[in-house]
Design a protein around this ligand. Sequence first.
Ligand SMILES: NC(=O)c1ccc[n+]([C@@H]2O[C@H](COP(=O)([O-])OP(=O)(O)OC[C@H]3O[C@@H](n4cnc5c(N)ncnc54)[C@H](O)[C@@H]3O)[C@@H](O)[C@H]2O)c1
Length: 385
Amino acid sequence: MTRVGVWLIGARGSVATTAVLGALAVRSGAAGRTGCVTERPEFAGARLPGIGDLVFGGHDVSETGLRESAERLAGAGVLPAHLPPALADGLDRTERGLRRGLDDVSGGVRRGDVDRLEADLREFSEREALERVVVVDLSSTEPRPGAYAEHTDADALEAALDTGTARIPASSAYAYAALRAGCAFVEFTPNTGPRLPALARLADRSGVPWAGSDGKTGETLVKSALAPMFAARALHVRSWSSVNLLGGGDGATLADPANAESKLASKARGLEHMLGHGPDGPLHIDYVPDLGDAKVAWDHVSFEGFLGARMSLQFTWSGYDSALAAPLVLDLARLAAHAHRQGRSGPLPELAFFFKDPVGTREHGLAEQWRALTSWCAAPAEEAE
Ligand SMILES: NC(=O)c1ccc[n+]([C@@H]2O[C@H](COP(=O)([O-])OP(=O)(O)OC[C@H]3O[C@@H](n4cnc5c(N)ncnc54)[C@H](O)[C@@H]3O)[C@@H](O)[C@H]2O)c1
């Protein structure tokens, strides 16, 4: 049996907990596979690792255990109430494999920090006898890096780590440790992670693939289906206004304008590419604690047709972010492991389908992204290996 490790950064958060519990539920037959893209027939020939063959570990800085986190999500209606107690043993086993993350990087990241993260990954791989490990960043959204991007080459970054002066965000320290440990990396948040120029080059050199960034699960997903329609029908979108209301841990983090900045930038990027111009209209993210783990997005699109006729489209999206994101985490782990097995390194543009701000491509339209993903997975095995 091929066992693939999935190391989650932010392992006790809502998305991570839902992904771990979901995989345990699928493996035991307690739940179905609705929402898992890679369970569709288009992926049957790719011989992806099975959901039941995924083994979880991870880093977090929170003291709230996985079981408690799962019970909270069940209480909020995101998870079926019977699942956390039924799968308590599996949750506890995963909990025992979690390690302390890297919380305060304000004074600079030291080599010892990265060495510790790397050692945790290597120990996980050996302890669980894994074929390979995919690291997925599911940690809180970080403030947008300003001074961070100064390390443009890998040697300068190495030197800064030696003197404890590496000005990199925690997500990049995790990505660096993953590259050093030979693990594929998935940046599911808007965090800088492996996008730091020094790391992007290192990924090419070290033969490790990576994908990102910022999972496309709700309002941006709908936008990426609708915007190409307006463009293809030669309808002129005059303004596109978006209001996002969310509670939960992610909402609390994004209530800080410094953290919201990276999410807003990542959400805004696609529309201009898909429409060929940047329409007017505000893009808001507001924290409403009462909503808990639910999220509501309301969009108003004003567009112009033949002879200047003015029309509009409105939609409301209500969803549980974690339930939408968790199956994609399982998909991405399987697909990144597949790419690694194929010997791919550097960015994986074929995985753009899953992201708001995809690396390695400027394609944001959902249908085109789906074609790129499925043709890659349909490639004959001998071509792929
Ligand atoms: N849910 C979605 O649909 C969706 C979509 C795209 C992106 N995301 C992103 O995924 C991430 C997780 O979302 P969530 O709802 O699970 O948030 P959450 O607040 O519930 O979980 C975040 C977890 O990260 C941990 N953490 C914070 N700093 C850390 C560090 N330095 N090292 C290790 N762990 C750290 C926290 O303790 C917490 O357990 C967020 O960045 C969010 O923006 C979510």
